[in-house]
Every structure is written in structure tokens, then in C-alpha cells.
Design a protein around this ligand. Structure first.
Ligand code: TYD
Length: 205
């Protein structure tokens, strides 16, 4: 493989995407692919500092400032980690990316969605995922999985997470080629099989 692949994993908190990301990473590594596992916010280096602010800062954070912090993290991540790996022929599996900003800051916080998309374009500078997997689950189940210990984002409430879910489904409707929705209420192994199927389809393209 000359150019690598960039695959993003999306969904509400507690949807199980991180488990699936790690399972796919293991599967692909066994098959001999070179895999890079990464995330937004909080990739190695500066990303870890930005993540700390975003999830744990206890004072007030304006919705616009929150958006820019996620975008700053994204620009750093694309330039320093994603692009070099994809250009070196690796498969990059990324836990959250641009669609999280559209779903959380756009739909969740109700900032103008088109503006978030434009800012995303600036942050990614031409790099787009080859495939995006959205792990869809009802809000009650995902909140139960998150449990009592909630970070700043997870504390946003049920209404917020209903809008986030709606946002993700809208993204999938608008970009059916790139974005695939998986039923995250199935068993872990069933979902893993669905993920592999979508990956194989991508390879055939
Ligand atoms: P994280 O602990 O990584 O959540 P998860 O394990 O569910 O991915 O925290 C990331 C949080 O940041 C999560 O609540 C989603 C939120 N987020 C945004 O609101 N906008 C964004 O652009 C990104 C990347 C994440």
C-alpha cells in the first residue's frame, strides 16, 4: 500500500467505539498492517495538554472557546501525527475527529453547524477520513455506561446528548459514502464483525 488510510470512530460518550477501535487495531496488526491508534482530543504531545483543559477545567468555558480548543488540537494532530503516518502508508485509526465538533459543538451546544464545518476545513487543511464509523446507541444506554463519574463534557445532560445523536445521524445522511452507521446496541463481537466488513469494503475501493 503506497498511501495509508485514515479511519475515524465517532459516537456519543459510552457508545463503545474505543473498544471497537482497539479490536480493529489488533485485527489489522495481526494481518500485517502498520497501524497507528490515536485520538482527539489528546493525542501524544501538546494534545494531552489541550485535552486536560477541555475535560477537567473547572471554571467557565465559553462554547466558542471550547470549539476553538478542539479545533486547535485537531490542527496539531493532523500536522504532527495523522499526515505523516498516512503518507508513510500506515492505517490511522482515530478516536473522534471533525464529526465530533459538528455533533457536539454544532448540534449539542447549538452553535451554527455550517460555521463549525468551515472551521473544521481550516483545521484539517485538506485531509479527510477515508471512512468514518458512527456507533449509534440510545442515550439512556450510553449514559448508563458512562456511569456516575462524568467529565465536563459528559455532564452536559440528556437533552444535549439527544441532539448529539441526532447530529451524527444527520451527518451520515449527508455523507453516505464516507460515513457508515453501526448499531452499537449489538454484542461486541457482532459489532466487530460489522466493522471488519466495512473495512474490507473500503479496501476493495
Ligand atoms: P473522551 O474521554 O475521549 O470521550 P470518549 O471516550 O467518549 O471519546 O472525551 C472526549 C470528549 O470531548 C467527548 O465528550 C466528546 C468531546 N468532543 C467534542 O465535544 N468536540 C470535539 O471536537 C471532540 C474531538 C470531542
Amino acid at each position: 500500500m503506497k498511501r495509508g488510510l485514515f479511519i475515524t470512530f465517532e459516537g456519543a460518550d459510552g457508545c463503545g467505539k474505543s473498544t471497537q477501535l482497539n479490536m480493529l487495531a489488533e485485527y489489522l496488526t495481526k494481518k500485517g498492517f502498520e497501524v497507528v491508534v490515536t485520538r482527539e482530543p489528546g493525542a501524544k504531545g501538546l494534545g494531552e495538554k489541550i485535552r486536560e483543559i477541555l475535560l477537567n477545567y473547572e471554571g467557565d468555558v465559553s462554547d466558542r472557546c471550547e470549539s476553538f480548543l478542539f479545533l486547535a488540537d485537531r490542527a496539531q494532530h493532523i500536522d504532527m501525527i495523522v499526515n505523516p503516518a498516512v503518507e508513510a502508508g500506515k492505517i490511522v485509526l482515530c478516536d473522534r475527529h471533525t464529526d465530533s465538533s459538528v455533533a457536539y459543538q454544532g448540534y449539542g451546544r447549538q452553535l451554527p453547524v455550517e460555521r463549525i464545518k468551515r472551521l473544521n476545513e481550516i483545521a484539517v487543511n485538506g485531509r479527510h477520513p477515508d471512512l468514518t464509523l458512527i456507533f449509534d446507541i440510545d442515550v439512556e444506554t450510553s449514559m448508563r455506561r458512562v456511569g456516575q463519574e462524568k467529565d465536563r463534557m459528559e455532564s452536559a445532560g440528556t437533552e444535549f446528548f439527544n441532539r448529539v445523536r441526532e447530529g451524527y445521524l444527520e451527518i451520515a445522511k449527508q455523507e453516505p459514502k464516507r460515513v457508515k452507521v453501526l448499531d452499537a446496541s449489538k454484542s461486541i463481537d457482532e459489532i466487530h464483525a460489522d466493522v471488519i466488513k466495512l473495512f474490507e469494503e473500503l479496501l476493495k475501493k
